[in-house]
Design a protein around this ligand. Sequence first.
Ligand SMILES: C[S@@+](CC[C@H](N)C(=O)[O-])C[C@H]1O[C@@H](n2cnc3c(N)ncnc32)[C@H](O)[C@@H]1O
Length: 277
Amino acid sequence: MRAKHESREFPINDKEFKEICLLATEYAGIQLLDRGKEDMVYGRLARRLRALKLASFHDYIALLNSAQGKSEFGHFINALTTNLTAFFRENHHFEHLASVVLPKLIQRNANTKRIRIWSAGCSSGEEPYSIAMTVAETVAKDWDVKILATDLDTNMVEHGQRGVYAQSRLSGISQARLRRWMMKGRSGDGRVKEGLRQMIHFRQLNLLHDWPMQGPLDVIFCRNVIIYFDNETKEKLAKRYAQLLHEDGTLFIGHSETLFKVSDAFSLIGKTIYAKA
Ligand SMILES: C[S@@+](CC[C@H](N)C(=O)[O-])C[C@H]1O[C@@H](n2cnc3c(N)ncnc32)[C@H](O)[C@@H]1O
């Protein structure tokens, strides 16, 4: 690894690499050190060093640890998050939402006509908009439905808020849905229609910090997020999700994630779908 480090544009030694990983883990729970992510970390942060005209990672770490480095910290974290997402990714979750979860909620919440859903780690918004389309197609218009969409990465939250997606990002949406929920721009991009956008509140939120919402929530989507966390962080998060969810609430997690040996507050009811135990 050292030879590779020495041939790079910006000098970085093993101690500096570890220090950077530790900062990301402490702040956001993101595990980089033991995941063979050296090249990725280097590549993403090298862009920051160029933008800041810094000569080495030594200088970059000094900046992050200084009082002036506060504003850089957001860029640092944004650079290190992995934001891969898509509309209707893991579509069986949206099918389950439409055919099982929402019909039950329509019965259970008939008095209040209220549904509360959280997309935790929503990336650039494709997940909460997929939820919103599913809900709007299933639940009557006079219901009070709110979807909270949060992410650590401020660039992602802004993208979600804008609700504009390049044509290449729209392939997961059927033609019928595109016609119903999106407006086409001249370059082929899609802009989410206002009615759908208003169902969602986008906010920046670090899952490791305090949460402003009271609950109880009916549904939580936290997919492809805990995969980056260590076991202790996963356990704490699962406990907090259980506390926030309604006793009949549903939790969706990502395709390569599990709560097995992480939490006994949930029982598995479908493929990566959990109910409170
Ligand atoms: C791979 S994306 C998953 C997006 C979407 N849930 C999906 O499955 O398509 C993971 C997201 O989790 C966010 N994330 C990572 N650590 C976080 C933390 N500590 N708090 C909040 N969001 C976090 C990242 O910024 C990223 O956008």
